[in-house]
Ligand binder design. Structure first.
Ligand SMILES: [Zn+2]
Length: 328
């Protein structure tokens, strides 16, 4: 563990512990017990805290469209009554940022657990490298767990349809080329921004380009060695298709929608993009990732569909894979 990782884990654990402490105060659970638990092991206690609490349910009045709380079957506005037998199928809830964080933490824990099980070292520092196919097996299992938890959250826990988050196939013929082109443009923009910041950093004696090179070298490991390497197909499938799908559902569909409900679209976008960039734990890439996050959120907000940002994300990842393989 280097210093930046220690800072990252400390900041995260303290922030999550304060969050749970304050929430427990208002929901009358033991704030000291939960706060300490989250501080010591946030991966386990944070999801446990939020997912052991039953969500609040609402229903929409069939007559006047008002959103009502679950404890009454009579609409307070138009006084229409929903029969008890229909009630169950009408109820739905709203997820919050806590659900997105829970899914993220559990996904991270899955990565560590699966990596341990198949005997892969996750932070390779260059020597004696390991089986690249095992690394990608870990990735594939992890992203499937992330997808499963996201679908559980949306459809089971909050009883909503995936169409509600914009996961619809309509207009896909328009969104596919738009998304793929936007992704290509973003690759160039991100490269430009990263280069400019590395240069600006050097003016103030921050060695961002050295750090950039070290990160590129680490990331170079575990990739297919040529275009004939059969591993390339696995990598394209996992990093080019599954990861964009899973990350867009979690980051845009779950996290951004929760942030937008609380802070509005503008502030919501900025918060989610900052968090998205922070999670990559890479100061050198931070500004570029922040701009990518903003652009993907903007695509989602403008089109009200998850397809454009999924295609854009896929296009960014596939470009990165092809560039990596061609310079090997
Ligand atoms: Zn009504």
């Amino acid at each position: 563990m280097d210093l930046s990782e220690i800072i990252y884990y400390t900041v995260t654990a303290v922030a999550l512990a304060i969050w749970v402490y304050r929430d427990a105060l208002t929901s009358q659970r033991n704030q000291w017990l939960w706060g300490t638990g989250v501080l010591l092991n946030s991966t386990f206690f944070f999801p446990l805290y939020f997912w052991t609490r039953p969500p609040e349910f609402y229903w929409r009045c069939p007559q006047c469209d008002r959103t009502n709380r679950a404890w009454t079957r009579q609409c307070p506005r138009c006084e229409a009554v929903v029969p008890a037998i229909d009630m169950e199928s009408r109820l739905y809830g709203f997820w919050t940022e806590a659900d997105a964080v829970s899914i993220f933490l559990l996904t991270q824990a899955t990565t560590l657990f699966v990596a341990f099980m198949v005997g892969v070292e996750l932070a390779p520092n260059g020597e004696g490298i390991q089986d690249a196919s095992k690394l990608w097996l870990v990735q594939m299992i992890t992203v499937n767990v992330m997808l499963a938890l996201s679908f559980y959250c949306i459809t089971v826990r909050y009883r909503r349809a995936v169409q509600d988050i914009g996961l619809r196939t309509e207009n896909w013929l328009r969104w596919m080329p738009l998304g793929l082109l936007a992704g290509l443009a973003l690759v160039f923009i991100q490269n430009g921004i990263t280069t400019i910041f590395a240069w600006a950093g050097s003016l103030f004696h921050f060695d961002l380009s050295g750090q950039l090179e070290r990160e590129m070298a680490t990331q170079q490991l575990g990739w297919p060695t040529s275009f004939h390497d059969p591993l390339l197909l696995v990598v394209l499938f996992v990093a080019g298709i599954l990861v964009p799908l899973g990350e867009e559902i979690l980051v845009r569909g779950i996290a951004y929608r929760a942030a937008r409900a609380r802070f509005g679209p503008g502030t919501g976008m900025i918060i989610i993009s900052l968090v998205f960039a922070f999670l990559h734990q890479s100061p050198a890439f931070f500004p570029g990732l922040f701009v990518i996050g903003l652009a993907l959120n903007y695509l989602y907000e403008r089109t009200n569909s998850l397809l454009p940002s999924i295609f854009a994300h896929a296009s960014i990842n596939i470009t990165a894979i092809l560039v990596k393989v061609s310079v090997q």
